[in-house]
Ligand binder design. Structure first.
Ligand SMILES: Nc1ncnc2c1ncn2[C@@H]1O[C@H](COP(=O)(O)OP(=O)(O)OP(=O)(O)O)[C@@H](O)[C@H]1O
Ligand SMILES: [Mg+2]
Length: 464
C-alpha cells in the first residue's frame, strides 16, 4: 500500500515541526511542512494529500486556514492543533469542516488516534471509489454492449484506428454488429461531421449499382434524364460504408479499386473525373479469403481494403455478454411495449446461455422481444422463447451432460461447480447482502448478479 501523504500548515512557525516529526514516527508517511497559508495552499493545488494538519493560535486564523483548505481541496480530512484550546475555537473549526480539533499539549496521545481513524476513513473512501468505478465499468462502448475480453479487444482496435484515415475491413457472422463498428469508426473520426454513407452492395440490383455508386451524366443511358451524383461523391470528406462488399460484381470491383487508388470518380457517361476524398469501410459476412481463392473477389481489391481488419467474434464466443445483452433487450422491449416485465426467468436465461446463436446479437434481440411480447407474467419464461431456440438449446445441454471426457467439457464442469459453491458460501456469509458480497469477492455487482442468475441462486434464500 502506498504511504499516506500529510501536509502540515503551520503559520505560527512553532508547533508544526516537532509534531510533524512525531507524527512521522507513528507510521511511515510522506510529510511536508509549510509555514504560511499561501505556501500551504500552493502545495494543496500542486499535489494530492491524504491529511492536512493545521496549527492555530487564534480562532480567526484557524477558521481562515480551514476555509482556504476547503476551497483548494473540499475532501481533504483536516486536523487542527491548538495551543490555547477553547470551546469557541473548537466550534468554529468543526463548523469550518475540521475533522478533528486537538489540544497541542495533549496532541501526542490524541493525534495518533485521530490519524489512524482519519486515514482509515480516507482509505475506505478510496476503496469505495475503486469499487464504484469497477461496478460502473464501461461495459458499453459506442452503442456496443459487452464486457467480454473478445469485445474489449474490438473496442481497443476501434479506438486505435478511428482517428486515422486508413480503410478498414469489418468481418464477422451475420448480426455481430459490423454496421455498429462502421458507425463507431465514423463517429470517432475527424470526419464525424461529414456524411456517413452506407451502401448495401447486396441489395442494389447489378444494373443499377454502377450509377448508384458513381453517378451519371444526363443521357448516359435510357432513363437518365437528369445528371446525378453517385454515393461515392456524396460521401466526399466523410465515410463510405460498403456493406456486403463481397456481393459487388467483378466489373465494379475493378472500378472501385480505381477509386480507392486514384481517389477520383468518373460518373457514367462523363468524360472527366472528379476528385473525392473518402474513407472506405467495407464489411462482409462472407469469407473473402476463400472468395479470392475461387476468383469471385479480386485479389488486388482485397489487399487494398484489407489494410486493417476488425473481426467481430460470434455471440457464442462472448461468454456472459449473452446475459448482459438479454437483460438490456428485455428492459428495452418491456419499455417499448409498456409491459411491466422485470426480466427473464432463470430457466429462460439458461436456455439463452446454451444456445449457439447463428444469427448472433440480432437473433438474441428478436428472441427476447418475442418473449417479452408473449409472456403473461412478470418474468419471461422458456415457453415464451421461440421453439427452435428452446429445442436447440435443450439438445446442446443434453450433449454437454453426456459425460464428455474432453478437457474443455471437464474444465467447464469444474468451473461451474466451483462458481456455484463459491457463490453459495459467499452469500451465506453475507446473508444475501449482494453489495457486501461483491466487495468481498472484488466483483462488480452486476457480474455477481449475473453469476447468481446463471446458477439459479436467489438472494432471498440467503436472507436470515
Ligand atoms: N454488442 C452489441 N450491443 C448492443 N447491440 C448490438 C451489439 N451488436 C449488435 N447489436 C445490434 O444488433 C443488430 C445487428 O447489428 P448490425 O446490423 O451492426 O450487425 P451486422 O453484423 O451488420 O449484421 P448483418 O451481417 O446481418 O448485416 C443491430 O440492431 C445492432 O444495434
Ligand atoms: Mg449489416
Amino acid at each position: 500500500m502506498r504511504q499516506p501523504r500529510i501536509l502540515v500548515i503551520d503559520p505560527s512557525g512553532a508547533a508544526g515541526l516537532p509534531y510533524a516529526r512525531f507524527v512521522a514516527r507513528l507510521q511511515p508517511m510522506e510529510l511536508r511542512v509549510e509555514t504560511s497559508l499561501e505556501a500551504g495552499l500552493a502545495a494543496l493545488a500542486a499535489d494530492a494529500w491524504d491529511l492536512g494538519i493545521v496549527t492555530a493560535r487564534s480562532p480567526g486564523t484557524a477558521a481562515q486556514l480551514l476555509h482556504g483548505i476547503r476551497q483548494a481541496d473540499p475532501d481533504l480530512p483536516t486536523v487542527v492543533l491548538d495551543s490555547a484550546p477553547n470551546v469557541e475555537t473548537a466550534r468554529l473549526c468543526l463548523q469550518a469542516g475540521a475533522g478533528d480539533y486537538l489540544d497541542i499539549a495533549r496532541a501526542e496521545a490524541d493525534l495518533e488516534d485521530a490519524l489512524v481513524r482519519i486515514l482509515a476513513e480516507s482509505r475506505r473512501r478510496d476503496a469505495e471509489e475503486v469499487l464504484r468505478r469497477a461496478v460502473e465499468r464501461p461495459y458499453s462502448f459506442e452503442g456496443f454492449l459487452g464486457e467480454s475480453p473478445a469485445m474489449a479487444a474490438v473496442y481497443s482496435i476501434i479506438e486505435r484506428v478511428a482517428t486515422s484515415a486508413v480503410d478498414v475491413l469489418v468481418t464477422g457472422e451475420t448480426g455481430t454488429g459490423k454496421e455498429l463498428v462502421a458507425r463507431a469508426l465514423h463517429r470517432r473520426s475527424r470526419r464525424a461531421a461529414a456524411p456517413f454513407v452506407p451502401v448495401d452492395c447486396g441489395a442494389i440490383p447489378d444494373a443499377l449499382m454502377e450509377s448508384e455508386l458513381f453517378g451519371h451524366e444526363r443521357g448516359a443511358f435510357t432513363g437518365a434524364d437528369q445528371r446525378r451524383m453517385g454515393l461515392i461523391e456524396f460521401a466526399d470528406g466523410g465515410t463510405l460504408f460498403l456493406d456486403e462488399v463481397g456481393e459487388l460484381p467483378l466489373a465494379l470491383q475493378a472500378k472501385l479499386l480505381r477509386v480507392l487508388q486514384e481517389r477520383r470518380v468518373r460518373r457514367v457517361g462523363a468524360r472527366q473525373e472528379t476528385a473525392v476524398e473518402v474513407r472506405v469501410i467495407a464489411a462482409t459476412s462472407r469469407n473473402l479469403d476463400a472468395m479470392v481463392e475461387s476468383g469471385e473477389f479480386r485479389r488486388d481489391l482485397f489487399y487494398r481494403i484489407n489494410v486493417v481488419r476488425i473481426d467481430l467474434p460470434p455471440l457464442r464466443a462472448r461468454g456472459d455478454d449473452v446475459g448482459l445483452l438479454a437483460e438490456f433487450f428485455v428492459n428495452k422491449a418491456a419499455q417499448e411495449m409498456h409491459k411491466p416485465i422485470s426480466g427473464l426467468s432463470i430457466d429462460a436465461y439458461q436456455v439463452l446461455k446454451s444456445y449457439h446463436w447463428p444469427g448472433n446479437v440480432r437473433e438474441l434481440q428478436n428472441a427476447v422481444r418475442r418473449a417479452v411480447a408473449m409472456t403473461r407474467s412478470a418474468t419471461a419464461d422458456v415457453e415464451d422463447l421461440p421453439d427452435d431456440i428452446v429445442a436447440a438449446a435443450g439438445r446442446a445441454a443434453i450433449s454437454c451432460d453426456d459425460a464428455d471426457t474432453g478437457f474443455f467439457a471437464q474444465r467447464a464442469q469444474h468451473v461451474a461447480r466451483f462458481e456455484k459453491q463459491f457463490l453459495s458460501d459467499l452469500l451465506t456469509r453475507h446473508q444475501g447482502d449482494v453489495s457486501a458480497a461483491a466487495r468481498e469477492a472484488k466483483l462488480p455487482r452486476g457480474t455477481l448478479y449475473r453469476l447468481m442468475k446463471g446458477h439459479a441462486l436467489e438472494v432471498s434464500t440467503f436472507r436470515k
